[in-house]
Every structure is written in C-alpha cells, then in structure tokens.
Design a protein around this ligand. Structure first.
Ligand code: ATP
Length: 387
C-alpha cells in the first residue's frame, strides 16, 4: 500500500521557515496536487517525501511505515522533474532501462554486459528490455527508442522521463511541475495523458504545480499551500464552491473570484458602498464587522437598472469567448468585478451600459477581516436583487 501520511512536518533553511507544521494524508492510489504560489514550499515538501531533503521535525509515513530513516532509493517511489533530468548521451531505451539496470545488475555485471555477459546477466537484460518495451508502448514512444534526448520534442522528453519512473513500477509517483516546459496545446494533451496513466497504473501520484487549472483538471484532491502551510485540502469542487479562506477562494478559479469590501451593520444587514442591501446575518454574530463578500463570475447576475435594494455598476469591457462572454464591470466605488454571461441568456450588455448586480445567497461567500470564511446561519433567498 502506498498511502502517505505527513504529520507536523517543519523545515527551515537558515532563518527562513519554509514548512510550518504541515499535516497531510494522501490515500493509496490518489492523485493529489500540491497547489500554491511560487515559494510556498511545494517542492520542499515533495523533496522530503522523496528523501532528497530532511525535515527539522515531524513524521512521514509511506504505506504506514515511518520512512524518515529510509534512503531515497529504498522508498519505492519515482520522481519526475520539470527539467526531466535525462542523460543526453544515452538513447531513450538506455535512459528508460537505467533505473532497472542500476538496481538489478552489479557494477561488474553492467561492465561485462557488453563483452562477456553471463547467462544470468543475459536473462536480466532480457527482462529489462521487456519492461522497457512495455513502458514505451504504454507511453507511445516505442518508435523513438534509438533516439537521444536532443532529438526529441518537449512532450516526447517528458514521456521518456515518465517512462524512466514507470519502469520500476513504483508505488508513488512524485511529479514536480512536469508540464511547465511544454507549449499550451501539448500541456493540455499531457494533462489528459497523465490522468489516464494514473488510472491505469493505480499508483499514488503527488503532483506539484502553481497552475490552478492543471490542478483542477487532473486531481482527485488538491492541497492548497500558502507560506509553508496547507490552507485547505479538498476535491476541486469543494475548493471552488466551499473555500475556507479568501486566499484559497482567490487561488482557485479563472477568472478570479470577485471580492467586494462590505460591512455588516448592527441589524445584520450587508452594507456595500454605504448602502444597506439585505439582511445576511439574522443571528447578528457578525454585527458591526468589516467583511468581504466574494462571488464567482458565474454567480453574478446582470439586470436592468431600477431594482430598489440594488448594487449598480458600469460595463467597462466585454470579452467574447464564444459560448460565453466575460463582462468586466466597475462599481461606483471603483472596485472591478467580472461576470460570466452565457450565450443562451441573450446578448450581453454593452460597454458603458449601466447594470444592476444580483446574486443568490448560495453564491455569496462571506469572509471576516482576517480573510477566514464566516457562515452566518439562515441566509436564504437573494442577497442582492436584480431586475
Ligand atoms: P516554486 O513554485 O517557485 O518552485 P515552491 O512552492 O516549490 O516554489 P520551494 O522550492 O519549496 O517553493 O521553496 C520554498 C522556499 O524555500 C523559497 O523561499 C526558497 O527560496 C527556499 N529554499 C528552497 N530550497 C532552499 C535551499 N536549499 N536553501 C535555502 N532556501 C531554500
């Protein structure tokens, strides 16, 4: 079994605390992505799992057993880097075969393999060749086995790097931004291939990226990291629909979630631009507090002007994406928002048009002044009217 359990893991480089008591459980066979901005500690965490870096404190278990004292080569995992780290002077066949040859043949056997192989060495070499063929066929690079890395495209090199990991049949695959060197089209194709490969192998995949779209499309679950902490772990939809903090809400989803500075008054009314709009906090647990109202672009409804308790905005640009348009808006207080307008709801509003914003309670997320999610009970119906 290749579950991974991380408890209280901390790591500093000099005075810089890079990981701060990270807790994370990754299930056997799961595709888990570590997602977060540059410098938040994703690679460091992956390197600790790999055994290439050591934590200052905490525990790491793979398949239930503590592995901090186990060397990288004995952890039954494969790591694929952004740079691929292929040997340029070796053919694709030799690159893929290398981990098995290192593992299964002694130095003497490897040296003798070319001139005077023993029967035993020939048998092992034949088994390795079978494994290389199988992996190359699965990755559709069997026609490239005689080429060297400089003669391959980025996508092909990436597959060779994966092949070199797969050939050992590891329980865990650790992938550090393996798609970031590819062009946009190939990246999308490789996303599908990686997700398919994961399904076929049934191994545990831990994937590092700062690209939320990559994370959302491939992962069973995502751990969003921020400054050395895991801010939230959940399925892509849990993170999108139910973020625990504004930080997570903003990191997941394109275009970014809209956030509007607001306040709750003494009566539990939501106040934006000084205008009490509707009661969102009947229990008054947030009375007299500054909050942020956040709403995804598809949760914002655009209507004609004129509703009584409405929030009005001006259309500043409309981006036509075919099946939908992104309507960019400016509130009268200067805040910029974006609304998704689907083709089936008719023509989108025009630039410079004034519109009324509306949203349902279910689409409105409230965050306190520290950016933590607040969930006042009994919010229902419309938060903002739309006409
Ligand atoms: P990126 O997406 O840019 O790769 P990351 O989230 O993977 O970022 P890490 O590579 O884990 O981040 O680095 C986290 C922090 O630790 C950074 O501030 C980095 O400069 C620092 N760091 C990483 N390795 C070392 C090291 N060997 N010595 C000193 N500082 C380091």
């Amino acid at each position: 079994m290749s579950s991974i359990s991380i408890t209280g893991l901390s790591k500093s480089f000099g005075a810089t605390a890079v990981l701060r008591s990270v807790d994370l459980d990754i299930e056997h066979g799961e595709f888990l992505t570590l997602l977060g901005p540059s410098g938040c500690g994703k690679t460091t965490l992956l390197r600790i799992i790999a055994g290439l870096e050591f934590p200052d404190s905490g525990e790491l278990r793979i398949g239930g057993a503590s592995v901090l004292a186990t060397e990288a080569k004995d952890r039954n995992l494969a790591m694929v880097f952004q740079s691929y780290a292929l040997y340029q002077h070796l053919t694709v066949r030799q690159n893929i075969a290398l981990p098995l040859r290192m593992r299964r043949l002694t130095r003497l056997q490897r040296m003798a393999a070319r001139w005077l192989p023993s029967r035993d060495t020939r048998r092992v070499e034949a088994e390795i060749e079978t494994a290389v063929q199988r992996v190359a066929a699965a990755l559709q690079i069997d026609h490239l086995l005689e080429r060297r890395p400089p003669q391959l495209s980025g996508g092909q090199r990436q597959r060779v790097a994966l092949g070199r990991g797969m050939v050992r049949e590891p329980g865990v695959f650790l992938l550090d931004e393996p798609l970031s060197n590819l062009d946009a089209q190939l990246r999308i194709a490789m996303r599908l291939e990686l997700a398919e490969l994961h399904r076929r192998l049934g191994s545990t995949f831990v994937f590092v990226t700062h690209d939320q779209e990559e994370a959302m499309t491939m992962s069973d679950r995502i751990a969003v990291m921020a400054v050395g902490r895991v801010a939230q772990v959940g399925t892509p939809s849990e993170l999108y629909d139910d973020p625990v903090s504004l930080e997570v809400a903003r990191f997941v989803g394109t275009p970014q979630i809209n956030s509007i500075a607001a306040a709750i008054d003494a009566d539990g009314m939501l106040v934006i631009e000084g205008q009490p709009l509707c009661r969102v906090d009947p229990s008054r647990q947030l009375a007299d507090q500054a909050v942020t109202l956040a709403v995804r672009p598809e949760g914002l409804r655009l209507g004609r002007m004129g509703a009584s308790n409405s929030l009005d905005a001006t259309v500043i640009a409309v981006e036509n994406l075919g099946p939908e348009s992104l309507v960019n808006l400016r509130l009268d207080n200067g805040a910029l928002l974006v609304a998704r307008h689907f083709k089936e709801s008719g023509a989108p509003p025009q630039r410079n048009e004034r519109v009324t914003l509306g949203l349902e309670a279910g689409d409105a997320l409230l965050f306190d002044a520290a950016g933590q999610r607040v969930r006042p009970p009994a919010v229902s119906g419309l938060v903002l009217a739309y006409a």
